[in-house]
Design a protein around this ligand. Structure first.
Ligand SMILES: [Zn+2]
Ligand SMILES: [Zn+2]
Length: 67
């Protein structure tokens, strides 16, 4: 559910920008985020796969052949 912010706040999503009254926002885990910053349908991003070892590449860039 989206609504219009009534108070200043801070976006809890990655953008980290201020939320101003009148902005379209919604709650994610009880924290306000801009509607545009909301991750779509809570679906995790598909992770890239290493072309050499075919394991998912971790956030730090590590895969099975890098260890
Ligand atoms: Zn935001
Ligand atoms: Zn690899």
């Amino acid at each position: 559910m989206t609504f219009t912010a009534r108070y200043d706040g801070t976006c809890a999503a990655e953008c980290g920008d201020r939320i101003h009254p009148g902005d379209h926002v919604r709650y994610v885990d009880d924290q306000l985020v801009h509607v545009g910053c909301f991750p779509k349908d809570d679906e995790p991003e598909p992770r890239p796969t290493c072309p050499n070892c075919f394991t998912e590449i971790a956030l730090n860039g590590a895969c099975s052949c890098a260890s």
